[in-house]
Design a protein around this ligand. Structure first.
Ligand SMILES: [Zn+2]
Ligand SMILES: [Zn+2]
Length: 461
């Protein structure tokens, strides 16, 4: 018997969490948090599995929408055995402590959750330390055998991680049980980025595929390729820098910061981009050090390059914002979607008032975020901020440096792995529809499921 119960991240990007019951062994794939939601609403629906066997949790990568609720999950099921890659464990130690800081700082934010339901208890740094030390690590392509305490089948379950090419440590997860192979993509990128080298896939055909569909509703012509987009980036950046303006790039601390920083560094080295001050700081810098530490261990491009070689000024040492008017520079600040209360949101409020400045959007924007609103506005448009309308005086430019597969590449995964059943996850409805249509048009009689939170899928009886 194989059943899948989505607990979160089924038809959206956020709070990814999927429960698999394989003949009595309970496996949880990812335990994310929804970055825009508050309190209990931001967590996957763990209550659905209270009465079910729960033995293992496998984490595909350290982005918050895949790992952020792990401390809450472990509070609820302390006996769970956690597996992930060495790199994800190293990054998680930084990001989960950082999240614990944000939790304790933004008490008002979390109080809303606590008031709504008193079950919501934030976690401490000590709990994170304990959790991290309990994580078991796996190498890519080195399978582990697992079996839950209530396992009723005759064979063990084999789990193997494949490099997903998305960020450092990211993995697609292959679960083999008897002659059934299930592959969970996590967040996957088949194409190269500046640092990441593209995903590996299992060699053999599989039976069941759980695939992300993040870019299912994005025309791939827009996504262009990294090489061309870097040229356009340099051209637009030079226009701003040469007139003395500064550029704000909202980025995720994990992944996007490193990819963009590496791209900027190589453009300056080639003489394509004006040499300027680069501001970074906080969690992004700590994560860059983990990238450096692992440069020979994982598959990546430019193995000899280190982030420590790039001269960077600490963004958190800047007290006077008019410094950016006196001397132009490029600022990489998180959060990536300019969520209220974060550094990039604070800087954006200053940036929009400056004629010669620019905001460069380089990543995915959730429709509910300030980043998404800015992205759809131009110089001269009004934006509602701080309880009033403000005119955007700076330039706003959109670039595409995707860390997820283009939608055709998701279909390529299906063509290569030839699954009999496909479950679409991690995407908006429209995105899942496009991918679903394409899979059906391959004419392979694939059984297609669109995952929905709380809706059980019987994959095998
Ligand atoms: Zn991710
Ligand atoms: Zn994700």
């Amino acid at each position: 018997m194989i059943q899948l119960l989505p607990l979160g991240g089924a038809d959206e990007v956020g709070a990814s969490c999927f429960y698999l019951n394989i003949d009595g062994t309970g496996i949880i794939l990812d335990s994310g948090i929804h970055p825009q939601k508050k309190g209990l609403d931001s967590l996957p629906s763990f209550e659905f599995i209270e009465e079910l066997p729960v033995d293992f949790v496998f984490i595909s990568h350290a982005h918050q929408d895949h790992i952020g609720s792990l401390p809450f999950l472990i509070k609820k099921f302390p006996h769970l055995i956690i597996y992930t890659t060495i790199q994800t464990k190293e990054i998680a130690e930084l990001t989960l402590h950082n999240a614990a800081n944000i939790l304790s700082e933004s008490t008002t934010l979390w109080n809303e959750g606590i008031n709504k339901n008193s079950n919501f208890i934030p976690y401490s740094h000590e709990e994170i330390d304990l959790l991290i030390s309990s994580i078991r690590t796996v190498e890519y392509n080195e399978p582990v055998d697992i079996e839950g305490i209530r396992h009723s089948g005759s064979s063990k379950i084999k789990v193997e991680f494949y490099d997903a090419g998305h960020i450092l440590g990211s993995a697609g997860i292959l679960i083999t049980y008897g002659n059934v192979k299930i592959f969970y993509t996590g967040d996957i990128n088949l194409s190269k980025q500046k640092i990441m080298d593209g995903a590996d896939l299992p060699e053999d055909n599989i039976n069941i595929l759980l695939t992300e569909t993040t870019y299912g509703d994005t025309d791939s012509k827009m996504l262009s390729n990294w090489q061309n987009e870097q040229k356009r980036f340099a051209k637009e950046a030079n226009k701003i820098l040469n007139k003395g303006g500064s550029i704000l790039i909202p980025v995720f601390a994990l992944g996007k910061t490193q990819e963009i920083l590496a791209a900027i560094h190589s453009l300056v080295a080639k003489g394509s981009l004006t040499d300027t001050i680069i501001y970074t700081g906080g969690l992004g810098n700590q994560i860059s050090r983990v990238y450096d530490k692992n440069k020979y261990i994982v598959k990546r491009q430019n193995k000899n390059f280190e982030f420590s070689e790039i001269e960077q000024t600490d963004l958190y040492s800047v007290n006077e914002l008019n410094l950016f008017n006196k001397k132009s520079g490029i600022v990489l600040a998180s959060s990536g979607m300019m969520i209220k209360g974060t550094k990039s949101f604070e800087l954006m409020k200053y940036w929009i008032k400056q004629q010669d400045f620019a905001i460069f959007i380089v990543g995915y924007m959730d429709p509910e975020t300030p980043g998404y609103r800015i992205l759809n506005l131009n110089k001269g448009d009004k934006i509602f901020l701080n309880d009033k309308d403000e005119i955007i005086r700076c330039e706003v430019k959109r670039f595409y440096f995707p860390s997820h597969s283009k939608r055709e590449e998701i279909v390529d995964i299906v063509k290569k792995l030839k699954p009999e059943k496909v479950v679409l996850i991690h995407g908006e409805e429209k995105a899942k529809n496009w991918v679903g249509q394409q899979i059906l048009s391959l004419g392979n009689n694939t059984k297609l499921y669109s995952a929905q939170k709380g809706k059980l899928i019987r994959l095998q009886t």
